[in-house]
Design a protein. Structure first.
Length: 276
């Protein structure tokens, strides 16, 4: 049973909350079937993506089950609280951490936005376990309450080699790190400014997950969905997904197309001369 007050309070105070049984009603099986089809083509290209990790981006366009999950009412309720109206989808990717993978660098998902900390989150992230998450198989690890830390406490970001090789930083993180162990089908929702990472996979089996991330309507998105999702496919999606993809206006007029509402580009009969 979803308790939005507890979820909101946990995100505010410790930076994350768990939604048990998030993938009910056969969704976990459907997700596994899609991932069986999609995984296997790419490997990570650097230490952040993970050399022994597969990532499949643009899940929103790959199967209806991901669109249902992206607009799940529980997550939308949390986005409605933490983000401004007409917030956007910024990432939708599967992450499969293979045996032998080392830990990811500590990072926060909204590190791209150069706004001094402490500050409100610019994005809200979710990671859903497709296999049981354990400390052994590379479950997500978080630093509780780090979403409230200043720039000095964060000490740079994951691209900063000095921070990553600093034993004091590593010791400080090791003292505070919490493994998010959770059964398959559970979702961890966390503030975009919370420090976290994918753990080392010391098990003999892959650890599959997917991450859906949302951001403020004024922030540039990680994935460029206008190019990644063909307009004819977007035209058939729900109004909520269209809005999340950017077919919306952040008032008064961010996102317009030649002075018109971007949804007009999706209706073949509509005249672009019609007012918004
Ligand atoms: O796979 C995970 O548990 C975390 C991945 C992550 O944080 C990321 O790639 O941004």
């Amino acid at each position: 049973m979803f308790d939005s007050e507890t979820a909101l309070q946990e995100i505010r105070t410790r930076g994350y909350t768990l939604l048990p049984d998030f993938l009910g009603g056969g969704r976990l099986d459907r997700v596994r079937a899609v991932l069986a089809r999609e995984l296997g083509a790419y490997r990570g290209r650097n230490n952040f993506e993970g050399q022994a990790t597969e990532r499949v981006y643009t899940l929103v366009a790959r199967d209806p089950v991901f669109r249902e999950i992206i607009e799940d009412g529980r997550v939308m309720a949390l986005c409605d609280t933490f983000l401004e109206p007409n917030y956007l989808l910024t990432g939708s990717l599967a992450i499969c951490i293979h045996p032998g993978e080392t830990p990811q660098p500590w990072h926060n998902d909204d590190a791209f936005y150069p706004i001094p900390r402490p500050r409100p989150m610019v994005s809200l992230s979710t990671i859903v376990a497709v296999d049981d998450f354990t400390a052994e198989n590379g479950c997500t690890e978080v630093i509780p309450a780090s979403h409230l830390w200043s720039d000095a406490e964060i000490g740079g970001d994951y691209r900063d080699g000095d921070r990553e090789s600093d034993p004091d930083f590593a010791a400080r993180m090791a003292d505070r790190s919490v493994p998010v162990e959770m059964p398959a089908g559970t979702c961890v929702v966390f503030a975009g400014n919370l420090l976290h990472r994918g753990g080392a996979n010391r098990s003999p089996a892959p650890r599959r997950a997917f991450s859906i991330q949302y951001c403020q309507p004024w922030a540039r998105t990680q994935e460029n969905y206008f190019l990644a999702v063909p307009p004819e496919q977007a035209a058939a999606m729900s109004p909520r997904i269209q809005s999340l993809l950017g077919y919306s206006i952040h008032r008064p007029f961010m996102g317009h197309v030649a002075g018109r509402h971007p949804l007009k580009t999706l209706s073949p009969g509509a005249s672009m001369a019609d007012p918004c």
